[in-house]
Design a binder for this molecule. Structure first.
Ligand code: HEC
Ligand code: HEC
Length: 302
């Protein structure tokens, strides 16, 4: 009985895993004419070259672009896609404890993933990026989301639920395994010191995302890495994903203190959030998934 049962479970499990990523609807090919089209194209430019584009570079505090995580400008069928995103807004955000617009959602990334300053709502950069992200949902039905500000393509599978229990059980041995996976599968592009190589972006250190970013929360990073990295060859097992994520998210990166990422009051415009006192560090992000940083890294005296 037993081998047959496991064969049956395997047969059931395989198609489920293969069907995990959504199928993309047809994407728009030509931006609309006139000034709207100009804004869509400008928005794409800002998302691809956020750290160097004249309208956004002063607001970016690291060496990343939006497209470092929103691969191919958010046009893939993997986590980080922008396809469908605009159809979910306005949407409830638990993090800010308000209903957020698409511009809010976009601009808040500058404080966290870009370790910079939040653009002003309705500034040209903010509208242009929202125009581009909206264009990618052209023709898709509205699906307002009362629970989370996420594209319908991933609303039910983000973040991946298998990782939280794996992190709760994590040990120093898992961390060492993560270091091996990093050396074998990531370091060629991201550097042994995490600082990036050439045009490949930094994954830790002062030029990477800060401890307030989604990517610095291990469950979210694992859900993203599983389907996006190694770039072009995302074939790690869940165990490898969990361990390499713990390794990367246990390395040093800028701490997050929300108030330091808002422009001065006279220039910041409206900040639509009920949460102004958020602080996060590498240590607190790991504690939130039940991991003690010192024990994980083997730094503790015990
Ligand atoms: C370091 C990686 C990283 C960078 C850089 C980054 N993001 Fe994100 N972004 C994420 C992750 C991870 C999520 C998943 C949501 C979460 O945090 O729950 C996300 C979610 C989003 C969403 C919601 C999309 C959806 O449907 O779920 C938008 C919009 C967005 N980011 C815009 C941007 C913009 C615009 C930039 C550049 C200014 C940017 N992001 C830079 C990692 C990043
Ligand atoms: C073949 C080169 C390559 C390999 C190998 C690779 N990456 Fe990446 N990675 C990239 C590129 C390039 C980007 C930015 C996306 C883009 O430009 O399309 C990126 C982006 C990232 C990001 C988000 C941006 C940032 O810098 O924080 C993370 C996190 C990341 N990779 C983690 C990993 C991990 C973990 C591994 C190993 C399991 C890995 N990568 C392997 C090339 C690579």
């Amino acid at each position: 009985m037993r081998p047959r049962l496991s064969a049956l479970l395997l047969a059931l499990a395989l198609p489920a895993a293969a069907a995990e990523l959504p199928t993309l609807p047809p994407l728009p090919t030509t931006p609309p004419p006139g000034e709207l089209g100009r804004m869509v194209k400008l928005g794409r430019e800002l998302i691809m070259h956020t750290d160097t584009a004249p309208l956004t570079r002063a607001l970016v505090g690291n060496k990343l672009t939006c497209a470092s995580c929103h691969i191919d400008g958010g046009t893939t069928n993997t986590p980080g896609t922008f396809v469908g995103t605009a159809t979910a807004f306005p949407a409830w955000s638990k993090r800010e404890r308000t209903v957020q617009t698409l511009q809010d959602r976009i601009d808040n990334c500058f404080m966290r993933s870009m370790n910079g300053k939040r653009p002003i709502i309705d500034s040209e950069a903010s509208i242009a990026m929202a125009a581009y992200v909206t264009w990618l949902s052209e023709g898709q039905p509205m699906r307002m989301n009362p629970v989370k500000p996420v594209t319908p393509l991933f609303a039910s599978r983000w973040p991946d639920k298998q990782y939280a229990p794996m992190f709760r059980r994590a040990t120093h041995a898992d961390y060492l395994h993560g270091a091996q996976v990093y050396a074998a599968r990531c370091a060629a592009c991201h550097g042994a010191d995490g600082a990036g190589v050439g045009s490949f972006p930094p994954v830790w250190g002062k030029d990477s995302y800060n401890a307030g970013a989604g990517m610095s929360k291990p469950v979210k990073m694992a859900s993203w890495v599983e389907h996006n990295m190694p770039l072009g060859n995302a074939n790690l097992t869940p165990r490898e994903v969990a361990d390499v994520v713990l390794y990367v998210d246990a390395q040093p990166r800028p701490a997050f203190d929300l108030r330091q990422h808002l422009l001065p009051a006279a220039r910041m415009g409206l900040y639509n959030s009920k949460v102004l006192d958020e602080k996060s560090t590498v240590r607190s992000n790991l504690r939130a998934v039940g991991v003690d940083l010192d024990a994980l890294r083997g730094d503790a005296a015990h």
